[in-house]
Design a protein around this ligand. Structure first.
Ligand SMILES: NC(=O)c1ccc[n+]([C@@H]2O[C@H](COP(=O)([O-])OP(=O)(O)OC[C@H]3O[C@@H](n4cnc5c(N)ncnc54)[C@H](O)[C@@H]3O)[C@@H](O)[C@H]2O)c1
Length: 267
């Protein structure tokens, strides 16, 4: 049975852990790790399998697939340690992968896989197919409730007064790489789109603050040799973390299910 270890027991980590515990995934949760071990112990106590709470290295050693659901900052430690052990990994803090193409090369050399779930967006299957041909333009517009943007470094640094907005306002427009750096907690989808298309095709991102908004809405438009594609996802936020869409955890679960099932549907 597939052995899964988990770094990060927040909104996404807890949902993944429960799915494994409820046998939605044919796998065993072998270890939990978090910078706040007390949170991991609390989670473990709610699970039938009572996975041990261990240090990061130990968790990776125990796993066939090490799952990261922590933060972009955590990747700097997590990925090199998983690579050193030739471990497959699933990454949720996708923005932290941008600028680290050396990690992809090392994974090739080590023969290990880096899984990036579709997260809070849809359409990456079609976009990957489209990328086999020429892509002329790829755009992502993310509409976010003010609550999901509050406290973001970009917002604070620029003194953007979110509370005084009275209508939808574009607060960021630029390349996906910049969006992922500017909004590390909320623009992982921009990074996933960036990774899905060829590096030579630009990916433009717009972030719109929505006063009184309650959902994270992502719209993707791609134009290319294949034709045109438009995808819109209206995401319900996680109850425990308004920055995180419920779909993101479901995407991680679907990716892990894919690893254990004979039938794979979609690109
Ligand atoms: N790919 C996507 O579409 C997508 C969507 C939503 C969220 N995310 C990302 O997934 C990650 C997890 O999201 P979440 O909503 O569960 O977050 P969360 O804040 O609810 O939980 C994160 C957990 O990880 C732990 N953690 C954070 N940094 C750590 C570190 N350096 N070492 C060890 N533990 C650490 C925290 O203590 C916390 O328990 C975030 O980076 C988030 O931005 C990705």
């Amino acid at each position: 049975m597939l052995k899964i270890g988990l770094l990060g027991v927040g909104a996404i980590g807890r949902t993944i852990a429960k799915a494994i515990d409820e046998k939605q995934i044919n796998a065993r949760l072998v270890g939990l790790s978090d910078q706040e071990p007390a949170l991991a112990r609390d989670l473990s106590a709610t699970l039938a399998s009572r996975p041990p709470v261990v240090a990061l290295e130990e968790m990776i050693d125990m796993s066939d697939v090490a799952v990261e659901a922590a933060s972009q900052a955590a990747l700097a430690e997590f990925v090199p340690k998983a690579l050193a052990r030739g471990r497959d990994m699933l990454i949720m803090s996708v923005g932290g992968l941008l600028g680290h193409e050396d990690w992809f090369r090392q994974a090739e050399e080590k023969g290990c896989k880096i899984y990036v779930p579709s997260g809070a967006i849809a359409g990456l299957d079609g976009i990957k197919s489209a990328s086999v041909g020429k892509i002329e333009a790829a755009e992502l517009t993310s509409r976010k409730p003010v609550a999901a943007l509050r406290g973001s470094k970009y917002v604070v640094d620029r003194g953007i007064q979110l509370e005084s907005l009275t209508e939808e306002t574009v607060i960021f427009e630029g390349p996906a790489e910049q969006a992922a750096r500017a909004f590390p907690a909320t623009s992982n989808v921009a990074a996933s789109l960036r990774l899905a298309v060829e590096p030579t095709s630009p990916v433009c991102v717009r972030i719109v603050a929505v006063p009184d908004g309650s959902e994270n809405v992502h719209e993707i438009r791609v134009r290319g040799e294949f034709g045109r594609l438009w995808v819109r996802v209206e995401n319900v936020p996680s109850k425990s973390n308004p920055r995180t869409s419920q779909l993101a955890a479901f995407a991680a679960i679907a990716t892990l299910k894919n690893l254990t099932q004979a039938l794979r549907v979609g690109t």
